[in-house]
Write a protein that binds this ligand. Structure first.
Ligand code: PBG
Length: 325
């Protein structure tokens, strides 16, 4: 054969492969989700997330120091609320002495440069395990948004750098932005979970926080995974309402959505490599069916290649360890 073009030339050796490589992961790509519990010296492995823990605040602070020393610069906080603090208003969410608020302060005191993001949604505080206030079996939008604004302001007050509403209520980004402005939190950002799908892959996360919905599912607020155009509509609206960063969640079954969102908006796009995606790799690796480290790098690179500027992932520390090898 006399071929005009031989595509294998740029794949011949690791040297040329690395020279033409388009997508390279760095520690700057990652947001590290942290699960925080009450108590002291508590480190509980999450059954459906082997190798991942729910830690008390003292343990969390040490973890954050380690993350910073590894070059990881952002954390996303989730807290496990005690059952007796849960109700249908979610009011523990804006308790200024609540676990979230204490955690934000302790982390900022210990590692002031660490960029602290906080999950904003009522599910860890809701006696129904829903992201909003429940009335007559419905998750009511506008009252929930009022609660989310209070929650966001209270996170900002405690020192959060960016709030991350994950609830999918309508109009919450605009309302939160207005609330932050009115209270002079002009440096507090909003990372909106803009295109968040109703996914079975959240299961292990709900184990971690004991936050599974008590009735029904989340399909009246989270998106139908069959839909694509809706993701663009949701995301564009969030940008118009003032989101600094938008998010697609989950990541792996939604790489097409990440790419379309990336092409549609002019703000950074994040993707959440969620708990069930973590669990799948862990389970297959445990059985010896896939190579864990290789799977981690392939999956994270694919999310970045799809268009994610930032990736929230339980594999952040592993990825940095692998990158340093
Ligand atoms: C709560 C929230 C969820 C996740 C992040 N924030 C679960 C849900 O919506 O039920 C999932 C994260 C993961 O699965 O890793 N609003």
């Amino acid at each position: 054969m006399y071929l005009q073009r031989r595509n294998r030339i740029t794949r011949k050796s690791e040297a040329i492969r690395s020279l033409v490589r388009e997508t390279i992961l760095t520690p700057d790509d990652f947001i590290v989700p942290l699960f925080i519990d009450e108590g002291e010296n508590v480190k509980t492995e999450i059954a459906s997330m082997p190798g991942y823990y729910r830690n008390s605040l003292d343990v969390t602070v040490n973890e954050v120091k380690e993350l910073w020393s590894m070059g990881l610069k952002a954390v996303l906080l989730f807290v496990k609320s005690k059952d007796e603090l849960k109700d249908n208003t979610g009011k523990e969410a804006w308790n200024k002495d609540g676990l979230m608020q204490r955690s934000i302060k302790a982390i900022k005191d210990a590692v002031p440069e660490m960029y602290v993001m906080t999950d904003v949604a009522l599910d860890p505080y809701s006696s129904y395990g829903h992201d909003g206030i429940v009335k007559d079996g419905q998750i009511v939008n506008d009252e929930t948004v009022e609660a989310l604004v209070k929650m966001s302001i209270s996170h900002a007050e405690a020192g959060a750098d960016m709030v991350a509403p994950s609830d999918m209520m309508d109009g919450r980004i605009g309302a939160i932005r207005k609330g932050l402005e009115e209270n002079n939190f002009i440096n507090t950002g909003i990372m909106s979970y803009s295109a968040k799908y109703a996914s079975c892959f959240y299961g292990p996360f709900r184990d971690a926080l004991d936050s599974a919905p008590g009735f029904g599912d989340k399909k009246t607020y989270q998106m139908d995974y069959a839909n694509r155009i809706e993701a663009i509509k949701e995301t564009v609206m969030d940008v118009e309402e003032g989101a600094d960063i938008v998010m697609v969640k989950p990541a792996l079954s939604y790489l097409d959505i990440i790419r379309e969102v990336k092409n549609a908006v002019n703000v950074p796009v994040s993707a959440y490599n969620i708990s069930g995606e973590y669990a799948m790799i862990k389970a297959a690796a445990e059985k010896g069916w896939i190579n864990e480290d290789k799977a981690i790098m392939e999956v994270l690179t694919s999310i970045k290649r799809a268009g994610a500027d930032l990736i929230a992932t339980y594999f952040a520390k592993d990825a940095v360890r692998i990158l340093n090898q």
